[in-house]
Ligand binder design. Structure first.
Ligand code: ASP
Ligand code: MG
Length: 405
């Protein structure tokens, strides 16, 4: 007997037939003698609609009321899923975030989970009941108001719940059947990974592989929750996200991700003296503008060029902040380009193998792709290239690292 958290995303509960399918899957696990807690998202498209209504009424709407509105999507699906389960003879009960309770901080719209009291849910599971918990929702104890965890937050709900309930596994059912070496829409010969380490999944999730929400992977790694990503439409084993000790053969490169969500900013002829970088990046961080890749040239004539990337959506704000500080920082010109893509190769084997970056550069050179910015971490090499070359670059790298099926 195992204790399992089963999480179903928006496409898996998009209509009543799909909710019946969810109930059938849950029933199978229950019939096999497992204790099961279910987490569901809102029906596909619902949250987008709710967000849009708030925005249409007032672009600067109150975040507490936004949460009141967007949390409703999951209230519908927990009730419907509980009804569907009861209809096939499985004892089930719905739970909103506040009822569990899932306590968060007060950052409405993107709250962090602080504590989940799993006592009552565990008691129910031990009596054979299936709790159906709303993803995405929490409660902020200070003012006793409903919070939400940020878009895609029900993955985080599921992992946090699995940790609180000391579950043996957290199964994330979605519309893809696992984690692939890269996006199969770009590389049809991409392979499904049987296992991938938390560290790799985290790098892949944060550089644009959209299977799991980044924060959920962070938490899974911290709380050592075994996560399985699998399809709710097909009966196939999925991909396991686990500790790297559980992975026998450590590939040098496990996956390739790309992101078109970044923009490149170059400050020309920045004075080359102490304190300048702090003056450039301080105000950006105060305004919550995330900066990712950063390169600075060697100064020749007392000035240097500084290039970095920010999220595309943050570009107007970053530009505004930088232009306002132009006199103080003393740069000559600001150039921005949002027609770029970041391509990253990720693998824990890089820790012990040299030459990953050079084979990346070689493969891109052979295709005539110009590299604009490079950054590396212990298990990742990323390059910024012109957006038009995204597919070509991903395909070339997939082949070079021997990932093609
Ligand atoms: N329904 C929420 C969203 O669409 C949470 C989730 O599905 O993960 O962002
Ligand atoms: Mg989701």
């Amino acid at each position: 007997m195992s204790r399992i958290v089963m999480k179903f995303g928006g496409t898996s509960v998009a209509d009543l037939d799909r909710i019946r399918n969810v109930a059938a899957r849950v029933k199978r696990e229950v019939d096999a003698g497992n204790q099961v807690a279910v987490v569901v998202s809102a029906m596909a498209g619902t949250t987008n609609q709710l967000v849009k209504w708030c925005q249409d009424l007032s672009p600067l709407h109150d975040a507490r009321e936004y949460d009141t509105v967007v949390a409703t999507g999951e209230q519908v699906t927990i009730g419907l899923t509980a009804i569907a389960l009861q209809a096939v003879g499985v004892e089930a009960r719905s739970w909103q975030g506040w009822q569990v309770p899932i306590r968060t901080d007060n950052a409405h719209g993107k709250a962090r989970v602080e504590e989940i009291d799993g006592t009552e849910l565990i008691a129910r599971m031990e009596q054979g009941q299936v709790p159906v918990v709303a993803g995405f929702q929490g409660i902020e104890p200070g003012r006793n108001r409903v919070t939400t965890l940020g878009r895609g937050g029900s993955d985080l709900s599921a992992v946090a719940l699995a940790a609180a309930l000391k579950a043996d596994r957290c199964d994330i059912y979605t519309d893809v059947d696992g984690v692939y070496t890269t996006d199969p829409r770009i590389v049809p010969r991409a392979r499904k990974l049987e296992r991938i380490s938390y560290e790799e999944m985290l790098e892949l999730a944060s550089v644009g592989a959209k299977v799991l929400q980044t924060r959920s992977v962070e938490l899974a790694m911290k709380a050592r929750v075994r996560v399985q990503v699998l399809s709710s439409f097909e009966d196939k084993p999925g991909s396991l996200v686990v500790d790297e000790d559980e992975i026998m053969e450590k590939p040098i490169v496990s996956g390739i991700a790309y992101s078109r969500d970044e923009a490149k900013v170059t400050l020309r002829r920045v004075p080359d003296r102490p304190g300048v970088a702090a003056r450039v990046f301080g105000p950006l961080s105060e305004a919550n503008v995330n900066v990712d890749m950063i390169v600075q040239n060697v100064g020749a004539d007392g000035t240097t060029d500084m290039t970095f990337t920010v999220g595309k959506a943050d570009l107007p704000r970053a530009r505004d902040i930088l232009e306002r500080g132009k006199a103080e920082v003393g740069f000559e010109a600001l150039l921005a380009d949002d027609n770029v893509a970041k391509i990253s190769v990720v693998g824990i084997g890089m820790r012990t193998h040299a030459g990953v970056a050079s084979s990346m550069f070689g493969a891109l050179a052979e295709k005539g792709i110009n590299i604009q910015v490079i950054s590396t971490s212990e298990i990742k090499v990323s390059v910024l290239v012109p957006a038009d070359y995204t597919e070509l670059a991903v395909r070339a790298l997939h082949t070079v690292y021997g990932l093609d099926a």
